[in-house]
Design a protein around this ligand. Structure first.
Ligand code: DQA
Length: 151
């Protein structure tokens, strides 16, 4: 059994009604419910946190005792050196997820402060991206294969 923390950044509380052409129709509650149930089936405990406040997300990263993180930094993807530094300080393995394909959108969304320090990124696969990240977390936590990938 491992613990997995899912962090959702600013404005993701509005999923379901927010720009569905980019972010789909599922609410954050629906996404989190599916993630929690799937993690439980895989034998893990998953906690999901959303905040519109950068400092709160940084506090949560610093306090995390979780084995693996799945993070959609939302708008902070393109701005937050401070959140990047928090992740570097904790050295937690994490996957970066975006609902939309940030590389097919405005140029300012093409750069992420997280991609080069993440194990990997999933972008443009909608809510399914979170589930794929969870499947990866499971395999990372239950096999040794990550040792070769990360070295
Ligand atoms: C997002 C992409 C970001 O550019 C945007 O600011 C978001 C959501 C995504 O999931 O596609 O809020 O991270």
């Amino acid at each position: 059994m491992a613990t997995i923390l899912v962090l959702h950044g600013p404005n993701l509380n509005l999923l379901g009604s927010r720009e569905p052409e980019h972010y789909g129709c599922q609410t954050l509650q629906q996404i989190n419910a599916k993630l929690t149930a799937t993690a439980s089936q895989l034998g893990h405990v998953l906690t999901a946190v959303q905040s519109n406040h950068e400092g709160l997300l940084i506090d949560r990263i610093q306090e995390s005792r979780d084995d693996f993180l799945i993070i959609n930094p939302a708008g902070l993807t393109h701005t937050s050196i401070a959140m990047r530094d928090a992740l570097l300080a904790t050295s937690k393995p994490f996957v970066e997820v975006h609902l939309s394909n940030i590389h097919r959108r405005e140029p300012f969304r093409h750069h992420s402060y997280f991609s080069d320090i993440a194990i990997g990124t999933i972008t443009g696969l909608g809510a399914e991206g979170y589930l794929l990240a969870l499947q990866y977390a499971h395999s990372y936590l239950t096999t040794q294969s990550h040792e070769t990938i990360r070295s």
